[in-house]
Design a protein around this ligand. Sequence first.
Ligand code: PLZ
Length: 446
Amino acid sequence: MTDTLSQAPTSSTSARIVTEIPGPRSKELHERRLKTVSAGVAATFPVYAASAHDAIIEDVDGNRFIGFTRGIGGMAVGHTNEAVAQAVADQASKVTHTLFAVAGYEPYIEVCELLAQHTPGNFAKKSVLVNSGAEAVENAVKIARKHTGRTEVAVLHHGYHGRTNLTSAMNYNMHPYGTGFGPLAGSVHHAPNSSPFHVGLTGAQAAERTITFLEKRVGASQIACLVVEPIQGEGGFIVPAEGYLPALVDWCHANGIVYVSDEVQSGMARTGTYFASEHFGIEPDLVTSAKGIGGGMPIAAVTGRAEIMDASHPGGLGGTFGGNPVSSAAVVAVFSEVEKRGLLNEAKRVEKVLKPALLDLQTKHPVIADVRGIGAMLAIEFADPATGKPAPEIAKSVQTHALHAGVLILTAGTFGNVLRFLPPVVITDDQLREAVAVMDDALSAL
Ligand code: PLZ
């Protein structure tokens, strides 16, 4: 096989490190970045991407990495998916922008049709398209407030919803998202969540704890919406106990509260279903989606019950680029790829290969306190085996070791002691095994 920088790396490629990390070209770019890019934008990895395909990212020095970050889940179908690239190119030569509210176009409508079809719940649904996950969450709250005539917003401990003013107030971690940026939006209430590994409550017990908090502290009649990630992403891939989410949905419906499922990270084929809510048997009133639906293009949506989505007066929702034609065309191609290539099953395959391998790793390395997740959304949590205390330094050092061995993997969790595996679902079994071997080496070297 000929390896040249100009060639996109192929899906079957393994990791390949050919320079020190970071290499000279990455170092040069980093120097330029330090002079012109705001220090507020983090730099998790010191390498700069030149090309990417499926699960492989090649940097500007010719190093190849197996990517478990998926742009934090941005790539449902893998990097530079051919069908998505083609759809983007075709649309770019037809119409790139009109502003949908000024002059409509078909791809926007197609995206809303696809979302209505594939989000959970067999009822009439409508959508609004926006640019980012945070903007989707902002709009879900606006819509819920308008529909209910209420002001208060409920969220859960360890949740993450974005970096705008309102969504920063909705995040559990004040640092780094809120520190010094206040005043943040008010009327946001943080209730205890369900996290079976950390607090051994059943779903029913955890739901009672959440509901009691909200009823006493806020008052059910004051709450416009409860916004919940079905699997908490930034919080560390926390899968709630069985029965927890259905109990919250029932409580919301008994009290006129709009239940919003934030599926920005967990949605779009990630967990072996279109949306993770399906695993828990719930039908949210509103679903937010972003990241994975665009196959790398910026687009996001709020989708939900038609009568709630229609609460806003005309002109109350929208924006210049929301659901722009090129991003919308990408979404249509992503949905078609998921169907055509059976990508829901691919996510299940990732779990089948990766989860047992991570459980094996746990028996070998007791510092892995927990292995959890669903489909291609899996995580390992590190804790001191003697004290049970979170061990973020282990997560960090495994992450660094992996980087130097050609595997990009992100930390997560309120304490930074979780490593999350969020690969494109088209990652190969060999690439998964290669990455686990790298983790094994890293943990043995500790
Ligand atoms: N809701 C559940 O996971 C984005 C953030 C990365 P945007 N998560 C990754 C970072 O450091 O900025 C996210 C999410 C959930 C909302 C969002 C926000 O989505 O597209 O980043 O605005």
